[in-house]
Design a protein. Sequence first.
Length: 354
Amino acid sequence: MLHDILNSQEPEHGTASVISLGQVWVDIMMGIGELPQPGGFAVADSVTPSVGGSFRVLQAAARSGSPAQHAGIVGTGLWSSVIRDEFEANGIQHIGNDRLDKDSGFRLVLNDGSHKTFIATYGAEAQGDEHTFDAIEPEPGDVVHISGNTLMDHSAAGIEGFLHRTGANPGERPYTIVLNPTNSLHLVSDHLIEDTVLCRPIWSCNRQEANTLAERLGIPPTDDSKLTIGGGFDDAMTKLCNALGATLRAPLVLRAGSRGAWVRVPGSDVVHAEGFPVKSTHTRSAGSCHTGVMCAMLAQGWSLFDAVRIANAAASIAISNNKAGVPDCPPVEDAIALIKRREEHTDESAEVQA
């Protein structure tokens, strides 16, 4: 039986690290009334710079009490200095390569209130090769995070080289791999898709990413236009998680915001980890916070299901405590406290009904 966090003993925190092979860049979000026509002009009513990409995953892992290490490439220049300053401020260690001849990239995010339009300029973070991760040797108990953006450019060769070293049997691997796919899987080669599937990592996807992955693997995707909360949504998510997890033959976490997440491990049924409904006041997803907390909890010895429950709680708090629309991941103690309050309230309600 999955144990109750309220009554369970927290695993002892070890020294296992969360290592991200993902890319890190600077996001500059500009709030505008509407996108101008080509050749037109618009004035932004707000400008919010922040470090994006895998930084948010590592920040969440660090705030959850695990050593956080970035194994990707950081350049030299204005944007790279911003990234390095944020690494230092958040206790994130950069163990990857440095580029002295190129700055890290940035993204312009134009937000008109209903849609976000992205304009990217790639930098050092996307200039890897087959040797990019040769020096990365995870220790027993470490959790290695791979993000979908590293599967689509020159860094993909480095990911492929790393995966070839990991072997296809996760039971014989002394560390854990967590992989976030991307909605842009159509840009990923069939060969690399095959390599990632054969590696059998823990997959963590939102519904859109899961449908995209399902399509690449020949699984009929869900029809989102027919789904409403409470109107077959839960059943559809269960079926998608079961079908995709069975095909991957690997653990799968299917995230759905305030509805929580559906978890499947090989040989077991799909289990729903309830979410924590919160008023949506943010402009960005809390998926990176969820992934980072989950990775940290796995590194600290929690089961996958409990790691997901804690990540669900952390993501809800991150949305409530957003900074200029960017979800701000809380300390893990706050997430566990939220779960305990819910369980205590559930126990009290059960006693009253009895």
